[in-house]
Design a protein around this ligand. Sequence first.
Ligand code: KIV
Ligand code: ZN
Length: 385
Amino acid sequence: MRKIYVFDTTLRDGEQSPGVNLNTQEKLEIAYQLEKLGIDRMEAGFPAASPGDLAAVNAVARAVKNVTVIGLSRSRESDIDAVKEALQGAQDPCIHLFLATSLIHRQHKLRMDKGQVLETAQAAIRYAKKYFSKLEFSLEDAGRTELDFMAEVVGMAVREGASVVNIPDTVGYLNPSEYGAIFKYLKENVPDIDRVQLSAHCHNDLGMATANTLAAILNGADQIEGTINGIGERAGNTAIEEIAMALETRSDFFGAKTSLVLSEISRTSRLVSKLTGMVVPGNKAIVGANAFAHESGIHQDGMLKEKTTYEIMTPETIGLKESKLVLGKHSGRHAFRDKLTDLGYDLPEDVLNSAFSRFKDLADKKKEVSDEDILALMEERLGIT
Ligand code: KIV
Ligand code: ZN
């Protein structure tokens, strides 16, 4: 089984979500939990962004022991110096340099031609390599970069000794066929490409970040980048828990897995949500409150007979206790009786029938019928205690 390395950027790209600001203590708390989750690499922040972020990255670098700690840097010496300072004390430091390569960014943001982009990136890599043996280089907006120029920049990064080359779909523009084809092209056209690890970094503007990342894996990506709960700029980044569980559940298809401790997924998701203030939608894949909840009678009946009828993975795998059968107007007698048994009631058939019809009346008026509702229904309406 091929190992896919996990580069977590919850503390950097994730923190770039509008309204999110993590202090040093909060970054440390998340960093410790990410370490328990078993990620391979952790981008702790962007040290040149502010003195506070530099201090937070340094605190994480000193605290975390079993993970490569990474600081982000534009392709300029002052940023590289800031990362050098921030990663002092790290057991396994790595610098993450980036420069935009697409025509749109070259013309409107950088005001550089292709030659200047190549030169600037090369000079930055050479400067950073004096201080760092591990270096990742990202071609910002690679997703909208001409393929031949992309190959030229990647080839330069390989020759200059980068350890990882990252191909970001910065604005979430591509679809899985296109994104996968880029990795195939680079593998086939860049000399000595196997000297580096290729990395996938996707944004979710069109809701395709997970699919695009999986397409990259199928086409040779060694590393995936993402955040917990998929938080990040605009519509967010690839959700790491989705990739880990897609590879786990369909290892027959992908032939690849991460080495995450999957049972820590749920705890990590809750912590990131609490400290960032970003609520996880109920229907969010893997970690949403409804991801293992069943409401319809047909599904509940199936679940009570055999869980694999309606669940492709178990809640226990991600660290949850059990699936939930939610009682509502679509629920059937089987689930209702099961709930009553849980609550300690063993009713004769005729009483059960009348309780069930009371329950249906109530369910028509409420979105969800809670345990307290059922208890009240039993005690007050039927006079049973
Ligand atoms: O999305 C992006 O291009 C980035 C880079 C800084 C890697 O986050
Ligand atoms: Zn990004």
